[in-house]
Design a protein around this ligand. Structure first.
Ligand SMILES: C[S@@+](CC[C@H](N)C(=O)[O-])C[C@H]1O[C@@H](n2cnc3c(N)ncnc32)[C@H](O)[C@@H]1O
Length: 309
């Protein structure tokens, strides 16, 4: 199979542009939705199996197929109209969503997307967890925008953890989770944009960078750099645009910076949601003063980033 960066899906005909030079979709020439349905259909299963083998061979033998992505794909988009300040609306959303937030991780309630997609999700979540666990996370650790503390239990076992979020309600869930595991952390309400009050060994953010507007990315990464001692590690996990990531019926847009979110009770909120490309984050991390930067992806759902101060 030849890797193609742009193609019409061989099964449903939908036009698709890959997000990275090693996307499985580019090898299979199937759109993400059809890849997700591969378990139901012999042709799709065959394409997927062959694409997996082709991609492994390509990664083992050569430089990834970066040359196939036109350089223009990596050029930052021209600045659009100024974004409204959605901080208060986002925080109101996460306060109201605290009790249903973990359904997203657990693929329960409105986030159950059927056995094939949920299997793929769980495999990606496992891959992200194993990746995070393998990083040199130690010493004093700060987690910004920690939410309900999904990642805090892993981090708490590796050093002295402080978890911060601008909203109290998700932190209450994080506290319960840590207590249930017999783990400790310093837990405080704190804005992710607040200036660091010390330098630490590790900084982690889960699904926060996608809430940073494009025009503020450089400022946030510079702030992340200031949180760290020389040699310290910045790690993050974030979203890739996949139609089966969010709640049923929720639209995703790789272009728009603002997305609409609906709670189970029907209330709607606007949030900033930027689907970063690995390459643009690597460039931005280096520009922010990080000595090394590596951003990879799981097969469908997540971005995994690490950078050394
Ligand atoms: C997508 S959730 C991520 C939660 C958690 N990090 C995770 O990986 O599951 C985003 C979190 O950012 C928090 N948040 C929103 N605005 C914030 C701000 N300005 N400063 C700190 N946290 C903020 C929300 O309350 C919410 O818990």
């Amino acid at each position: 199979m030849v890797f193609r960066a742009t193609f019409d899906c061989l099964w449903c005909g939908t036009a698709h542009v890959v997000r990275a030079a090693d996307d499985l979709e580019g090898y299979a020439q199937l759109c993400p939705a059809c890849i997700g349905r591969a378990g139901e259909n012999g042709f799709l299963r065959f394409r997927l199996k062959t694409a997996l083998a082709e991609r492994s061979a390509a990664l083992a033998n050569a430089e990834p197929a970066e040359a196939v992505i036109a350089p223009a794909d990596l050029v930052p988009s021209p600045p659009g109209p100024p974004l409204p300040d959605l901080s208060a609306e986002m925080q109101a959303y996460y306060a109201a969503r605290a009790d249903e937030y973990d359904d997203w991780y657990l693929r329960t309630g409105r986030y159950a997307r059927g056995p094939v997609h949920d299997l793929a999700w769980n495999a990606d979540l496992d891959a992200a967890t194993v990746w995070l666990d393998s990083l040199p996370i130690r010493g004093e650790i700060v987690e910004l925008a920690a939410g309900t503390g999904w990642w805090s239990t892993l981090l708490a076992g590796k050093g002295v953890l402080s978890i911060y979020d601008a909203v109290e309600a998700p932190l209450d869930r994080a506290r319960e989770r840590l207590l249930a595991h017999g783990l400790r952390a310093h837990i405080h309400v704190r804005d992710a944009w607040a200036e660091p009050d010390r330098a630490v060994d590790t900084l982690f953010c889960g699904f926060w960078l996608s809430h940073v507007p494009r025009g503020r990315l450089a400022d946030f990464l510079a702030l992340a750099r200031r949180w760290l001692k020389p040699g310290g590690t910045f790690a993050f996990i974030d979203s890739r645009p996949d139609p089966h990531s969010g709640a049923v019926g929720q639209a995703i847009s790789s272009e728009a910076e603002v997305s609409q979110r609906r709670l189970a009770d029907g209330r709607e909120f606007r949030v900033v949601k930027v689907y970063w490309q690995p390459d643009e984050l690597e460039v931005a991390l280096r520009r922010a003063g990080f000595a090394t930067a590596e951003v990879t992806t799981t097969s469908r759902f997540f971005l995994l980033g690490r950078a050394a101060a």
